[in-house]
Design a protein. Structure first.
Ligand SMILES: CC(C)=CCNc1ncnc2c1ncn2[C@@H]1O[C@H](COP(=O)(O)O)[C@@H](O)[C@H]1O
Length: 174
């Protein structure tokens, strides 16, 4: 399976990096391909290192203004002209999307994927690894949208939440 992962480009505390490394190991050992932003920065770099060490394939989709931070050692590295093109390519190369802890870049990416799914422009599974309850606030906000009629289809069809890396793969049936 080609699994697109959105996650932080920042160097993070062990309580965030350890579950991400476990996720990377399961992805690689499962014979999957990581499709990601192609950077060596922070958690993105650690994720790629973990997948590679576990024998997984790496497909990086970088962007012109960040290509100086591109990960060396990807099996395939594509550089897009801008962020919009990168987001489109990340999704088109994926069978499923997984969201690890992240900041505004991650939020931008997952929001776009969910908006496209809302409009039935794709139907790929989207699963959040909710490490340390990091996404509790976002989840509460989305549940309120769901409960109060802001979403045209049930939230549970758009996105799933997992507490552990193993649960992510159970949800993806991968
Ligand atoms: C120090 C430096 C120049 C880092 C390079 N920074 C980046 N390199 C590659 N992808 C990025 C970068 N910043 C944001 N992104 C994209 O946005 C997400 C990370 O943004 P954030 O840290 O969550 O907000 C990633 O999924 C990635 O696809």
């Amino acid at each position: 399976m080609n699994i697109c992962v959105f996650c932080s480009a920042a160097p993070l505390d062990d309580r965030y990096t350890a579950p991400a490394s476990e996720f990377a190991r399961l992805l690689g050992e499962g014979g999957h391909t990581l499709v990601w932003g192609g950077s060596n920065a922070g958690l993105m770099g650690e994720l790629a290192d973990g997948v590679k060490a576990a024998g997984g394939r790496l497909v990086g989709i970088s962007v012109e203004f960040l290509k100086h931070k591109a990960y060396e050692g990807a099996d395939e590295l594509v550089t897009t002209a801008d962020l919009a093109e990168r987001k489109a390519l990340l999704l088109s190369r994926a069978d499923a999307v997984v969201v690890l802890v992240g900041g505004l870049g991650t939020l931008d990416e997952v929001t776009e994927v969910l908006e496209l799914k809302k409009h039935a422009l794709h139907d790929k599974p989207v699963v959040v690894l909710d490490t340390e309850g990091f996404y509790a606030g976002l989840r509460t906000q989305m549940e309120r949208m769901d409960a109060e009629g802001f979403l045209p289809r049930p939230l549970a069809e758009l996105i799933g939440f997992a507490d552990t890396p193993a649960q992510v793969f159970e949800r993806l049936k991968a």
